[in-house]
Design a protein around this ligand. Sequence first.
Ligand SMILES: C[S@@+](CC[C@H](N)C(=O)[O-])C[C@H]1O[C@@H](n2cnc3c(N)ncnc32)[C@H](O)[C@@H]1O
Length: 213
Amino acid sequence: MAARKRGAKSVNRSGAAGGSKWEDHLTRRARAENYPARSVYKLKEIQQKFRIIQKGDVVLDLGCAPGSWLLYASKQTGPKGHVFGIDIQSVAMDLPANVTVIQKDILDMTDQAFFDPVSGCRVVLSDMAPATTGRKDVDAFRSFELCRMALETVDRFLVANGHFVCKIFQGNDFARFEKQVKQRFKESRVFKPESCRKQSKEIYIIAKQKRST
Ligand SMILES: C[S@@+](CC[C@H](N)C(=O)[O-])C[C@H]1O[C@@H](n2cnc3c(N)ncnc32)[C@H](O)[C@@H]1O
């Protein structure tokens, strides 16, 4: 890590302190605000810019552990909405009353009791990420595979005019995935939140208004 003079700070476009100090700040801030991960600020930026989640919405959150997006999304939907989360890892925190989670691989969508109420949801979020290997091409391919599965859940469960947010690692398959999203939605944008680690290859596709089939 590069040495920084005491008191010296880099400043990013939003005026916040940059580099590792900024990352530490976000992690501390998440803890102080009772979120289990700093990733909450990515969804917050997306929500503030694109207004994806409305009060009363049913939301499906893919790759939901440790649970920051679940908590933030449940506040956005309010008690009349519901957030369903799925992850291969368990979610350890106490969940609000309007959140239901199952521990499952996204490849296995067989739990009828969980998936029946998800049908016709207004929003699909995917923050899924593979365990990284350090090989950028392998990691990007695995990320693409998860995105393909996320798109299958969109085809299966998302209502017409519903919205989709999906994390993808930039790589060879990115353009192909973006094209598949564009075929299904009236609007789509590529967005990198300020709170993403600068060295990270992750980026988000924000797609609004699913076309009717
Ligand atoms: C960056 S974390 C998500 C953080 C979450 N959005 C939050 O705010 O707490 C990525 C998650 O994707 C999950 N994941 C990876 N592959 C998966 C799969 N095949 N099925 C379900 N979840 C998966 C991982 O277990 C991990 O918890």
